[in-house]
Design a binder for this molecule. Structure first.
Ligand code: FAD
Ligand code: SF4
Length: 347
């Protein structure tokens, strides 16, 4: 195969797909709409990742470096695919900046969009400066600014993390669980306790989904070693008295109303479908599943197959995924793409 494979999106999934194809001796064109490679962990300035504990800039940075340094991979930034025509084995690709090329198959790794907390106005984001999101706190940590109340720059003495913001919420049309935010939040709670030992951290939850081996490392450790407090609650509203942020709700274990003042409230935001998905669906001719993520076929056949032959899909483009799973899916989709094209050539 002399024509390059197309990979769309340079997050963990796309970097993995491009690297896998190049390792298998193929040429790759990797198209990224932003100016920076690395996807959400880099673009949103994540701090230490779960479950590895590595800084995002090191872990994902090394994935970026091995792609950028690979002569078999051409990276094209600041553009998107505008037209994708032809047939499996010989698709014609036109980029927004006019460049055209032919590709035998494409792997879509276009990821997700962070939930925008202004869509949950009763929980205070956008109204009170001390109501922030997990991505904002990740940035406070990764830039070395430290955990500070945005309103006055002081370290908080009492922090609440509210889980499932923009996930598992039928009222705002988001039924899915975003999979990783319980673990990210438990980890963040421990990091806050480590940086500010006098700060009390509370996690408000519906259910805790630190699934598999994460249960011991995050859920139990955060309580037993770091004294993080968990409150099973239904939150009614988040208000302010001008200084403190007041979280009002019902403790659903003891069935009593609870009102607690905090210095800072953190929304554990979920993963929305990429805002580009309708366009991607039209350009590539792939179906979306009912929530708006790119539909993936059953994995018993070709792993990562989309609804259109010759187009594979991987990572958070398909629904909420962790970084580890996105990386695995990127590699699997790359092998599927390669196998599919070989089968066309041998037919
Ligand atoms: C607050 C928060 C913290 C998290 N922390 C962790 C963690 O510690 N550990 C963990 O495992 N997971 C974590 N996650 C989940 C993690 O962000 C995802 O698993 C991961 O980013 C998915 O990788 P991806 O490559 O599929 O998508 P993305 O990271 O979203 O990358 C997609 C890439 O495609 C590009 N793109 C989008 N549309 C187009 C287009 N039309 N054309 C070209 N390029 C396009 C984007 O610019 C981006 O570079 C966290 C999520 C959140 C919300
Ligand atoms: S992982 Fe936890 S916080 Fe995230 S949506 Fe699922 S249950 Fe809610």
């Amino acid at each position: 195969m002399s024509e390059p494979f197309l990979v769309v999106g340079a997050g963990p999934a796309g970097l993995s797909a491009a690297h896998s194809l190049a390792t298998a001796g193929q040429k790759v064109i990797l198209v990224e709409k932003e100016d920076t490679l690395g996807g959400a962990p880099i673009l949103s300035g994540y701090a230490k990742l779960v479950p590895s504990g590595e800084w995002a800039r090191d872990a994902i940075g090394s994935m970026v470096a091995r792609v950028v340094d690979n002569p078999s991979i051409e990276v094209i930034k600041n553009t998107v695919v505008q037209r994708f025509e032809g047939k499996p084995g010989a698709f014609n690709v036109t980029l927004r900046d006019g460049k055209t090329f032919t590709t035998p198959a494409a792997v879509l790794c276009s990821g997700f969009t962070h939930f925008d907390s202004v869509n949950k106005p009763e929980w205070g984001f956008g109204r009170f400066p001390d109501v922030v999101t997990t991505t904002q706190v990740e940035q406070m940590m990764s830039t070395g600014a430290g955990i500070r109340r945005p309103s006055n720059g002081e370290p908080p003495k009492r922090v609440a993390i509210l889980l499932c913001v923009g996930s598992r919420d039928r009222q705002i049309g988001r039924e899915w669980c975003s999979k990783i935010c319980c673990t990210v939040s438990a980890n963040m709670a421990m990091e806050i306790r480590e940086e500010l030992p006098d700060c009390h951290v509370y996690i408000y939850y519906m259910d805790i989904r630190t699934y598999g081996l994460l249960e011991t490392k995050y859920y139990w450790r955060s309580q037993e070693e770091f004294k993080v407090k968990y409150i099973k609650a239904r939150i009614a509203e988040v208000t302010s008295d001008g200084d403190k942020i007041i979280v009002k709700g019902e403790d659903t274990l003891v069935k009593r109303p609870i009102t607690i003042p905090f210095d800072m409230v953190i929304h554990a935001i979920g993963m929305d479908p990429n805002v580009d998905n309708l366009t991607l669906s039209n350009v590539f001719g792939v179906n979306l599943e009912p929530n708006g993520f790119i539909d993936r076929q059953n994995t018993y056949g070709l792993v990562g197959a989309s609804s259109r032959e010759g187009i594979l899909v991987a990572g958070a483009a398909t629904g909420p995924e962790t970084i580890d799973d996105s990386i695995s899916q990127g590699a699997a989709a790359a092998i599927s793409a390669l196998g599919f094209v070989r089968s066309l050539e041998n037919a």
